[in-house]
Design a protein around this ligand. Structure first.
Ligand code: AOF
Ligand code: ZN
Length: 369
């Protein structure tokens, strides 16, 4: 639009207010796709006059909600936003214009929006209207919250998080197949929260046949969440002996099947994902992104996990580990990777460690190359 904006340095309270906006943004995770979960806080004279986060379905945007809450109190306020305010006309006018119209004096923005409709234009509009700008406060946390959206816009695929629940030695089942339950109730509840924060949950047919999972969110207060269920079933083995009673085919959440077999009619509410090669995970992810999915949780089993790892498609790992041993005759949480050199080992950095009633929760992110 205009000249590149100039920025003013951050002030002492900025990171605290941005942390507040980030906490609000996280409330939207798993329910705003394909839009990002954004948070916005309006501060005037040190007091909160408006708070907003992107609504389910992605609209209204966070800024619109916060501005409506603040009303005339927004005049002269500072806006803290976890993502650059949008510059395009959607169902509502651009948030950048709305902030200007409300008389916001200063905007503190965590990161730029790579969406080509905005990509710097939101900041430029604010600057052109005389709004003082600060960029980069809380950027690292904002990139983590926005990772699904950012990965979809910049790489054309969803963010991939592997979820494992294993013994201390990384096993997901006994040799005889028994797998329930390795971790305790607290870890399992946390697993459901994780589902609620994702747009889609993926399993392979081995897991689907062995466990007959529902892949739904069973957590008080979050029962309304129904992430898309994705079944990787190349050879069309599902539902096998489970037949019509298979939980994945119960119609309680949208279900996508990835398969190459000319399978007979799929049940109602179950669709086939349109991929050229069901064995190509890049292709599968591209098609999921095309359907608006930004955050994908992969829940097994070991072969599927290894497939994603081999393809270099694991962005995060959430690992629930029970303090017990199963041993090498058990089923590995990650099947063979076929590495010839340790230099090729996919590496991760641990960003969080929690005790969950005796089980440990570790969160890893892909190490920087
Ligand atoms: C904001 N605040 O809370 C969100 C934003 O489909 P639309 O019209 O809603 O636009 C979606 C785009 O808006 C999305 O790709 C991203 O660039 C931005 N999301 N922007 O100012 C928000 N969720
Ligand atoms: Zn907007």
């Amino acid at each position: 639009d205009a000249d590149p904006p100039t920025f003013v340095p951050a002030r002492p309270d900025d990171s605290r207010h941005m942390a507040h906006a980030l906490a609000l943004a996280r409330r939207g995770l798993g329910r705003t796709a394909p839009n990002p979960a954004v948070g916005c806080v309006l501060i005037r004279d040190g007091a909160v006059v408006g708070r907003g986060w992107t609504r389910p379905g992605g609209r209204p945007h966070a800024e619109r909600i916060a501005l409506d809450q603040a009303g005339s109190a927004a005049r002269g306020a500072t806006a803290y936003v976890t993502l650059e305010p949008c510059a395009h006309h959607g169902r509502t006018p651009p948030c950048a214009d709305a902030l200007v119209a409300a008389g916001i004096a200063r905007a503190v923005v965590a990161i730029e929006d790579p969406d080509p409709r905005t990509a710097g234009r939101g900041l430029a509009r604010l600057a052109a209207a005389g709004v003082a700008l600060t960029l980069g406060v809380g950027a690292q946390a904002a990139r983590a919250v926005g990772a699904g959206f950012l990965t979809r816009v910049t790489c054309g695929r969803p963010l991939v998080t592997l979820k494992l629940a294993t013994s201390l030695d990384g096993r997901i089942a006994l040799a005889n197949g028994q797998s329930q339950w390795i971790t305790g109730p607290q870890a399992r509840r946390r697993g459901h929260l994780l589902r609620a924060q994702h747009d889609a949950i993926l399993v392979g047919s081995g897991t689907a046949l062995a466990d007959d999972p529902a892949l739904t969110v069973r957590l008080a207060g979050l029962e309304d969440r129904a992430p898309v269920r994705v079944l990787l079933d190349r050879r069309g083995r599902f539902p096998g002996p489970l037949g019509a009673g298979a939980r994945l085919f119960d119609g309680t959440a949208p279900t996508l099947v990835v398969t190459e077999s000319d399978r007979p009619a799929l049940p109602k509410g179950v669709a086939r994902l349109d991929v050229c090669d069901p064995g190509d995970l890049h292709d599968v992810l591209r098609q999921l992104a095309a359907r608006g999915i930004t955050r994908l949780l992969v829940e097994g089993g070991g072969t599927i996990h290894a497939g994603f790892a081999r393809a270099g498609l694991v962005d995060r790992i959430v690992w629930f580990r029970a303090a017990g041993l199963i041993g090498g005759d058990g089923l590995a949480g990650i099947a063979a990777l076929g590495l010839d050199a340790l230099a090729d080992m996919p590496r991760f950095a641990c960003i969080e460690r929690l005790d969950l009633g005796g089980d440990t929760l570790e969160t890893y992110v892909k190490a920087e190359a």
